[in-house]
Write a protein that binds this ligand. Structure first.
Ligand code: GLA
Length: 399
């Protein structure tokens, strides 16, 4: 963290010259979803955790109504007036913080502008919620600078609105929630129908969570994501023709679905719905297994989740399948699956700590043989949610 923040501090002072005392430092993590994929927009329960990898944000307030954006990872220094913000493809990464400013203003937050510089150690477009991390860092910063005093869940909802309405991806609430509400050492069991969350100790004993990147960017992920969401709505409409009381797919148990499934007459829609309903059941089983220390069962449920995402939801693709296959076969692996939206990006596994070196070597070799390029293994703990840090950290790191 120190090197990253020190570099960002120097870059920030060049981008936004002025007294160091005015500069504030924020952090928002990425997240890994352990199980419960593509069900947060169907009223299901999901089980993500915040990472220790994430985005640092340096901010200096302005009084002239302008927001200026910079990133150590992306080119461009877009500037926008805080009133009248609009999505502009040419602004690239800055559309995420711009969307958050827009959503917070819509919620009545008065904000006079600022210089923002982002610096992260989270891979972009890899399914670890780098965009939600940028969003929540911005939201926490604007909340602090403006004195608006919004509760963390309000910031989470504003960020989801920014993603849905400003950026145009109809994402669920999971990413923003995990990034905003994370707690070190805990995963979150979030009921997306009620927004009631519960912290569950991520007690893996002699095992570790391992996050690995296919190094395949999520091609057309946004449009395919929206397509899956529309398919779920179509499946739900078929079900509601006979069961108007069903408001969201994940409301149905597997037994109820078994009786009703024939009314979803289109085979691909039936598969989409089946994924949602069985995945929701797997989340409940996985959390119960984790709490009871039944780690073999926990691992099998991760494997079953991947299988369902591959066959029924069709969001994996050859590289993710090759990586997960390599992980599942490697020494010490209890279970592995894709994580996030899919179509490329990352996979997560639970692995015996003692077998880590063999696991890594074998997965790397098998993956490279199958797809012709390397995978990247991340070292990340399970950390806390978006928050302000002491900016003197950054200044001292520079000294
Ligand atoms: C993306 C979305 C989330 C969720 C996952 C899939 O990360 O932002 O809301 O739907 O995909 O589980």
């Amino acid at each position: 963290m120190r090197g990253l923040v020190a570099g960002a501090w120097r870059e920030f002072l060049a981008f936004s010259p002025g007294p160091a005392n005015d500069v504030r430092l924020f952090f928002a993590p990425g997240r890994v979803n352990i199980i419960g994929e593509h069900i947060d927009y169907n009223g299901g329960r999901v089980f993500p955790a915040a990472l220790t990898l994430g985005n640092y944000l340096l901010v200096r307030p302005r009084a002239d109504g302008l927001a200026r954006f910079a990133s150590t990872g992306f080119p461009g220094r877009p500037t926008a007036p805080v009133s009248g913000l609009r999505f502009d493809a040419a602004d690239g990464f800055a559309n995420y913080p711009k969307g958050v400013l827009w959503a917070l203003r819509e919620r009545g937050v008065g904000f006079a502008g600022a210089d923002f510089l982002f610096a992260g150690d989270l891979p972009d477009g890899a399914g670890l919620s780098s965009s939600a991390s940028v969003q929540l860092a911005t939201a926490v910063a604007v909340n602090a600078l403006s004195g608006a005093g919004l509760a963390p869940l309000d910031l989470v909802l504003a960020c989801q609105r920014a993603e849905n309405e400003f950026v145009g991806v109809r994402s669920g609430i999971m990413d923003q929630y995990a990034v905003g509400m994370g707690r070190a050492g805990f995963a979150m069991l979030l009921d997306t129908a009620t927004l009631v969350g519960e912290y569950v100790p991520l007690d893996l004993g002699e095992r570790r969570l391992v996050v690995v990147n296919t190094n395949v960017r999520r091609e057309l992920a946004d449009s395919r994501y929206n397509e899956r969401r529309a398919e779920c709505e179509q499946a739900l409409a078929r079900l509601r023709a006979v069961r108007p009381d069903v408001r969201q797919l994940a409301q149905l148990s597997v037994a109820q679905w078994d009786k009703l499934q024939a009314v979803v007459d289109e085979p691909s829609l039936r598969r989409r719905a089946r994924h949602v309903i069985t995945e929701n059941a797997r989340v409940a089983d996985a959390v119960e297994a984790l709490r009871a220390g039944r780690m073999e069962q926990f691992g099998s449920l991760l494997n079953a989740s991947h299988d369902s995402l591959r066959r029924d939801y069709e969001v994996t693709g050859p590289q993710l399948d090759a990586l997960v296959d390599a992980m599942q076969r490697a020494p010490g692996c209890l279970g592995a699956r894709m994580t996030g939206a899919g179509f490329g990006g990352c996979a997560v596994a639970v692995v015996d700590s003692a077998a880590m070196a063999d696991f890594t070597a074998q997965v790397q070799a098998a993956y490279e043989r199958a797809v012709g390029h390397c995978a990247t293994f991340y070292k990340s703990g399970v950390g806390g949610g978006a928050r302000e840090l002491d900016a003197r950290e950054a200044a001292f790191a520079d000294a």
